[in-house]
Design a protein around this ligand. Structure first.
Ligand code: FAD
Length: 365
């Protein structure tokens, strides 16, 4: 992990705010992160990956979250796609695609559509087998990383069930339209994707085709939720560091801000938020690493807690830094915008609440 952390620190340097303002991470940085296996570090060495367990990959993801949520978003997507290939791909598909994801290529994961946000059962993208080919027709929105991507893991209906197909972004019939001015994670390459009767060899269809949508989607989302949760723990760390640094130095009313008790309360609450988010992530990753049946619920819980704490923590950080942090180009302003979006993705706060309530009901007599 130490080497991977150092590589991320070196790749990002002090440029995250510049990338945020530009709305773009330089392509060589994204490629290099992929080539070093940093975007999907749980993929094993047999496929060119670092082979980290969930806990260590979580630490790496938190580090990325503390530096640059846009790059961390690419890690979340790439890791979700890699996990989906590992889980549902055939041995041949794993051998074909995983080394590409640890070798410089970039992949986006496309679920959402104009009519299918929280309710993925409304997905209209149709994937069907036609002899030796697979054909895809539909439109996706907000696909993270699509503006950089070589491949897209496209989810759609397949007969009575669902399927995932790996679509090259340069295939005839694929059009990627970069999303203008997202509120946060501005350099994450979000784009809408149009798939106009795209025809590909059938080997692009992952092995699980025809499975229930809930099973396919939940598997990918479980990885995604944990990754977002760790990213939020990183946002909290960065906010806590920026806030304590500022509160020590800035003097008002004759003493440092840190010595004003109402500011100390912000520091205490940020500390609690960061620790609670972290503990939930650590527990969910331990469940993942043990293959525990609790993994699904614990990843929902971790994502729910960490994203809400990140929203509160980033708001507190802006409050303490006040005019110093209240402009684009400052890490806490970026954290404030990025954190809010973490309450929307991979199952919003409300959807997480519904899932947690369902869990409570299933556990009680
Ligand atoms: P809606 O589903 O319309 O929900 C609107 C509001 O209603 C929300 O607050 C929601 O929580 C609430 N709500 C919905 N249903 C219920 C209910 N039953 N009970 C109570 N409240 C409810 N999609 C991808 O496929 N791939 C990506 O890579 C990707 N990246 C994204 C990155 C960012 C930064 C963002 C903001 C979005 C991204 N998305 C991506 C899309 C994301 O998955 C959707 O925004 C999300 O699923 C919510 O869907 P929606 O925006 O259509 O909101």
């Amino acid at each position: 992990v130490a080497a991977a952390r150092a590589a991320l620190t070196e790749l990002v340097g002090d440029r995250a705010d510049e990338w945020d303002r530009l709305g773009r991470i330089p392509e060589p940085v994204v490629r290099e992160a992929s080539r070093r296996g940093l975007l999907c570090a749980q993929v094993g060495p047999e496929y060119g990956g670092a082979g980290l367990d969930s806990r260590d990959n979580g630490e790496l993801t938190a580090h990325a979250g503390s530096l640059c949520s846009s790059l961390r978003s690419l890690m979340t997507s790439q890791g979700m796609a890699a996990w989906t290939v590992q889980r549902f791909g055939s041995a041949e598909q794993r051998r074909t695609f995983l080394p590409r994801l640890t070798g410089g290529e970039v992949v986006g994961v496309a679920f959402s559509e104009p009519e299918a946000g929280s309710d993925l059962s409304r997905m209209g993208t149709e994937i069907r087998r036609d002899g030796d080919e697979v054909r895809i027709r539909g439109s996706k929105i907000w696909t993270t990383g699509a503006a950089y991507a070589d491949l897209l893991a496209v989810f759609g209906t397949f007969g009575d069930g669902a399927a995932v197909v790996l679509v090259p972004t340069d295939a005839p019939g694929v059009r990627v339209e970069r999303l203008a001015d997202p509120m946060g994670c501005r350099a994450a390459g979000h784009a809408d994707v149009h798939l106009d009767d795209v025809r590909l060899p059938a080997g692009r269809l992952l092995g699980g085709a025809g499975m229930p949508l809930a099973m396919l989607a939940t598997s990918a989302l479980t990885y995604g939720r944990l990754s977002v949760a760790w990213g939020c723990a990183g946002i909290l760390r960065a906010c806590l560091d920026a806030t304590t640094r500022h509160a020590r130095r800035r003097v008002q009313f004759g003493k440092p801000l840190a010595e004003h008790q109402l500011i100390a309360r912000h520091l205490a609450e940020l500390t609690v938020g960061e620790q609670v988010a972290r503990r939930c992530c650590e527990f969910a990753s331990a469940c993942w690493d043990e293959g525990s049946p609790q993994t699904g619920t614990q990843t929902v819980l971790a994502k729910y807690v960490a994203s809400r704490e990140a929203v509160k923590g980033a708001a507190a950080a802006v409050q303490v830094l006040a005019s110093r942090g209240a402009r684009d180009g400052h890490p806490v302003a970026r954290a404030y915008r990025d954190a809010k979006l973490m309450e929307i993705i991979e199952g919003s706060t409300e959807i997480s609440q519904l899932l947690l309530a369902e869990h409570a009901l299933s556990e009680s007599m």
